[in-house]
Design a protein around this ligand. Structure first.
Ligand code: GLC
Length: 558
């Protein structure tokens, strides 16, 4: 196996996800932007991350906050200009970090020129064939073409009306109504995205995060999805035709073509798939040597805080990735899920049905315990083989924000779920850089902006999770992350490579990595430190020399 300095950077990297609207606001309008990110590059560098991933920054009507792209080869004016983006790429590289952009190939915005052209064009015309238009069922086409549901709630089909106000065809949108799905059978769609990849690679980006990478191809004939009981009978391996929107064989051909493009550029360009597929053997199929570099391990992000469950999941992932020679990519948080502080305390697995399923019972929430677990989880994640993705605010242990007033909720899920599910705004509140309220806690360059005036309001307690209150402060979660990342850089046995389990009882996850490094995570009653071990880092203070409950520890062992 190649050493860390010899192998591709994406095998070991810790990548920091920037949700651009909420990271830092450089132009004072209460919405994050490229200028804001540029001003915070020194912060990211000193935190110790290897790469940044920026959520979609393209021109967009923002119905899904940028995941509805109107033009893939430009920058949303609210975020800056193409020149700003180029400067950011250059300066990120000068800081010794890589930069990944988000690409959204499953759907565009309904404002994309192609969709607008399709709307103006007659039924059956070539312009319509770039998207998925169908006649409705029923006597007058009044029923949707099939029973598919939008991920955000309600039917996945929207019926158009013609210029005379008469109803006509339906189009497919697996997400919001404003996000029509592309027809990936169409050669122009394929060519368009290859051009987009080159456009950004030419500008120096190091890679792409591929939005809903497993959705691009749909099963031929667009069959109905069978009832849940029938699907359950197939266990983990549901045949393609019964999950006609997800993880179809045909997507792999697309990524093989993309990999060729990536490989034609110097410097280990990469792509990471957002593919919510399971079990791990399905993830591995995206990571075959001629396909993608990384694919998020969402089994990890949906895990309970339960040692045997976690251990089994890690085992399956490590084994499955080894089969294809790819590194696992661990992730605990992103802009779509309830924050880990809440999840690990309340046993949430990110089912998105209603607010209760998403956020759990607030009366049962013990934030101290949740924070303790999230901190321990971080050391577990950063010690495992492969790379890791962390989401802004995770390094500050921010909890889910549950008290955003209903009239400020802006995630399309809120409306599309019939106001049953508050959606994802609770993990997207703009970062507090300062404890004092001015400039929305330093989020904005406009010091007159109040916390309530940020695009999503910052709650009155938000300042207590500021960067300022944690950087350089012993015991803070920021310090834990920055220490962990510094150690990780110097430990050549961390990142990609082998691990070996240690049996330390049913309530402990323990393993070694090359270089006499060990990680212990204790879920049960306090346990003794292994004999003769030196503590490198701990997620909580040891008590009488023992590792307390819900604590992870990094050790140099004999
Ligand atoms: C992905 C994104 C999510 C977005 C959806 C539709 O899951 O992470 O934020 O809403 O795709 O593009």
């Amino acid at each position: 196996m190649k050493s860390r300095s010899e192998r591709e950077w994406w095998r070991d990297a810790v990548t920091y996800q920037i949700y651009i609207r909420s990271f830092a606001d450089g132009n004072g309008d209460g919405i994050g932007d490229i200028e804001g990110i540029r001003s915070r590059l020194p912060y990211l560098k000193s935190l110790g991350v290897d790469a940044i991933w920026i959520t979609p920054w393209y021109p967009s009507p923002q119905n899904d906050h940028g995941y509805d792209v109107a033009n893939y080869m430009d920058i949303e004016p609210m975020y800056g200009t193409l020149a700003d983006a180029e400067l950011l790429i250059k300066q990120t590289h000068e800081h010794g970090m890589k930069l990944i952009v988000d690409i959204v190939p499953n759907h565009s915005s309904d404002q994309h020129v192609w969709f607008q052209e399709a709307l103006r064009s007659p039924i059956g015309s070539p312009a319509r064939d770039r998207y998925i238009f169908r006649d409705g069922k029923g006597e007058n086409g009044e029923l949707p073409p099939n029973n598919w549901q939008s991920v955000f709630g309600g039917p996945a089909w929207h019926r158009l009306t013609d210029s005379d106000g008469n109803p006509e065809q339906w189009y497919l949108h697996l997400f919001a109504v404003e996000q029509p799905d592309f027809n990936w059978e169409h050669p122009e769609v394929r060519a368009h995205f290859e051009e987009i990849l080159k456009f950004w690679l030419d500008r120096g980006v190091d890679g792409f995060r591929i939005d809903v990478a497993h959705a691009l191809m749909k099963y031929p004939g667009l069959p109905d999805i069978p009832p849940a009981e029938e699907l359950a009978a197939h266990g983990e391996f549901v045949p393609d035709e019964f999950r006609p929107t997800w993880d179809q064989e045909g997507v792999h051909e697309i990524y093989r073509a993309w990999r060729k493009i990536l490989n034609s550029y110097p410097g280990d360009r990469m792509a990471v798939a957002e593919a919510w597929v399971s079990p791990a053997s399905r993830i591995a199929r995206y990571l075959r040597p001629d396909e993608l570099a990384n694919s998020f391990n969402f089994d990890f992000l949906t895990s309970l805080w339960e040692p045997q469950y976690l251990k089994g999941m890690i085992n399956r992932a490590v084994d499955a990735m080894a089969e294809v020679g790819a590194p696992p990519s661990w992730v605990f948080n992103n802009h779509d899920v309830t924050r880990s502080v809440d999840r690990f305390d309340l046993g949430l697995q990110n089912r998105q049905v209603n607010t209760f399923e998403r956020q759990g019972d607030p009366a049962k929430f013990d934030i101290a315990r949740g924070t303790r677990r999230a901190r321990a989880g971080a050391l577990l994640m950063l010690a495992l083989p492969g790379g890791a993705y962390i989401y802004q605010g995770e390094e500050l242990a921010v909890p889910e924000v549950r008290d955003i007033p209903e009239d400020r909720l802006s995630d399309p899920i809120w409306k599309m779920s019939g106001y049953q599910d508050r959606g994802r705004d609770g993990c997207r509140v703009p970062i507090a850089w300062k404890s004092a309220p001015e400039g929305a806690h330093g989020f904005s360059s406009n010091s007159a902006l109040t916390p309530d005036q940020a695009w999503l309001p910052q709650s009155p307690w938000w300042g207590s999770y500021s960067v300022q209150s944690q950087v350089g402060v012993a015991g803070s979660t920021h310090s834990l992350y920055s220490q962990a990342l510094a150690i990780r850089k110097n430990e050549s046995g961390l990142g990609d490579g082998p691990m070996q389990w240690i049996d330390a009882g049913p309530n402990v996850i323990a393993f070694t990595r090359p270089g006499n490094f060990a990680c212990f995570v204790n879920f049960g009653a306090p346990i003794d430190l292994p004999e003769g071990a030196d503590v490198l880092l701990a997620s909580a203070e040891l008590i009488d020399g023992k590792i307390p409950t819900d604590t992870a520890i990094w050790l140099r062992v004999k």
